[in-house]
Design a protein around this ligand. Structure first.
Ligand code: PLP
Length: 480
């Protein structure tokens, strides 16, 4: 007995679901960004026993509207400035629906020829978009953390002094990896998961623009070598999570060349700005990396999840991930087929490439670059607003589209000023008109705002400034 309904009925469902989606897009400007519900409220809203009986689609979609749409954090909306969260795009919404209906699994070429070849194609496009060799091999994964893990696993396999795949790390002296103090936490996790150990991730100090200090990097590599350790990889960051800083990628490449180290560039966020006119100089040298991570689900406006890993030499990927048991050998003759299971950790993998392909085709590379340039302008506009307001203080340079600032009414310092800004961040969340997150810059609490959403307009940025000033002064009046 099939779970399917008649074609007419299915079409009705699609129409009804489509109305729900369209209504969500219409309501963007009025909706609160954060619903303001407590964990208990959300649990109570959703909680129910395992349903035994079927529910008709009309009431199920009503429930989606009432329970789900009313509770989301509206990251697709124009006033969501938190983390590095893209707003997706409507073309990809259609792609996601089509993808789910096709249910492709590109574990091997013949399990989904189109999904496999489209993934290879879009990763070549992504490489071209950022100025990386298109002869590289790319895979789409769930996000930057997993993509960074994928690349670090390759670096470990290729640069380890022992045969890691068979022997593990046990026969090797400790292997060291280098990244700036501003590197993403996914590298700490990867070091742990890959058995390399977090303490062997050397965090190199940064300059006043939050870029890795190449001299201190080289000194640390030499010190480690002299101590009998085995350096394997340096990570350059092209768009740090905190401030958007881009390391001097050529200087890092030179050091990797000198010491025969794997060169990985984490461009998960910043990569798409690499060929945007006003920022392209910053990314010079990215083409020298052995591997690069760039996330379509950040600054290419593709909805979650789509993180991309590019590796210059496809054989390095295969050497790291190829494991072929009997039950996966069914089409083993070499017929020019690429099995993506040999390029990454997952076996089953959804058809992620469709939404990337449809997005790039629907808008074109030139338009996407225009939107990226516009996001950079928005960040510069906010930094001007901050600098023109005496109660606000810019905390870091703004090379890309992240702005770090704080409310600083004067006469306060140290932990009192940090506490005030922590309170501001929490109050803004509850207020719900805008959504931002916080970080620390040199130990000082900063409000952190990221622009990677073309729906954000100048008025939204003005509102953001107004909300921060309003909430800051209210908290001051209350003596918090
Ligand atoms: C520079 C950088 N690398 C890696 C990541 C991790 O990406 P994801 O959240 O997709 O796992 C992020 C996330 O913001 C990032 O900014």
């Amino acid at each position: 007995m099939s779970l399917d309904v008649s074609p007419q009925q299915f079409k009705c469902w699609i129409d009804e679901a489509g109305k729900l989606v369209a209504s969500h897009y219409q309501e963007h400007s009025e909706a609160k960004v954060f619903a303001g519900k407590s964990p208990t409220e959300v649990q109570e809203l959703l909680g129910e026993p395992l349903p035994d009986d079927p529910q008709d689609m009309g009431s199920l979609l009503d429930e989606v509207g009432e329970k789900i749409l009313s509770t989301i954090t509206n990251s697709a909306g124009p006033r969501y400035f938190g983390y590095i969260t893209g707003g997706g795009n409507q073309v990809a919404v259609l792609a996601e629906m089509i993808k789910a209906s096709l249910n492709q699994n590109n574990l091997k070429w013949h399990s989904s020829p189109v999904s496999t070849e489209l993934e290879r194609l879009v990763m070549r496009w992504v490489a071209e978009f950022i100025g990386y060799p298109t002869s590289s091999a790319g895979v789409l994964l769930s996000g930057g953390s997993v993509a960074n893990f994928n690349c670090l696993a390759v670096a470990r396999t290729i640069k380890a002094p022992v045969d890691i795949s068979d022997e593990g790390i046990y026969g090797s002296q400790p292997m060291t990896v280098y990244v700036s103090e501003e590197g993403h936490s996914s590298f700490d996790k990867a070091m742990d998961m890959l058995g390399l150990g977090k303490k062997y991730l050397r965090k190199i100090p940064v300059d006043d623009k939050f870029r890795i200090d190449p001299n201190q990097l080289e000194e640390q590599v030499r010190t480690d070598k002299n101590a009998g350790l085995h350096p394997i990889c340096v990570i350059g960051v092209a768009g740090t999570t905190n401030t958007g800083a881009v390391d001097n990628l050529n200087a890092v490449a030179d050091i990797c060349q000198r010491y025969d180290l794997w060169y990985h560039v984490d461009a998960a966020y910043g990569g798409p700005a690499a060929k945007v006119e006003r920022t392209s100089d910053l990314f010079s040298g990215i083409e020298r990396a052995d591997s690069v991570v760039v996330n379509p689900h950040k600054w290419l406006y593709v909805p979650f999840e789509a993180g991309g890993a590019l590796v210059k030499n496809p054989d390095h990927l295969r050497k790291t991930f190829s494991t072929i048991p009997d039950y996966l050998k069914s089409d083993e003759q070499n017929r020019g087929r690429t099995d993506l299971m040999e390029y990454n950790l997952p076996l089953t993998k959804e058809f992620k490439a469709l939404k990337v392909w449809m997005t790039i085709k629907a808008f074109g590379a030139a338009r996407l670059r225009e939107e990226i340039a516009a996001d950079i302008n928005k960040a510069r506009y906010l930094s001007e607003l901050v600098e023109s307001e005496e109660n606000l203080e810019l905390m870091a340079p703004v090379p890309l589209s992240i702005v770090c600032f704080r409310y600083n009414p004067g006469g306060m310092a140290g932990s009192a000023l940090n506490d005030l800004n922590d309170q501001i961040i929490q109050t803004i969340e509850a207020d719900g008109r805008v959504f931002l997150t916080g970080t620390k810059i040199h130990g000082k609490t900063a409000l952190r705002v990221c622009f990677i959403n073309p729906r954000t307009e100048k008025e939204d940025i003005q509102l953001l400034q107004k909300v921060v000033l309003e909430i800051g002064s209210e908290l001051m009046e209350k003596g918090v």
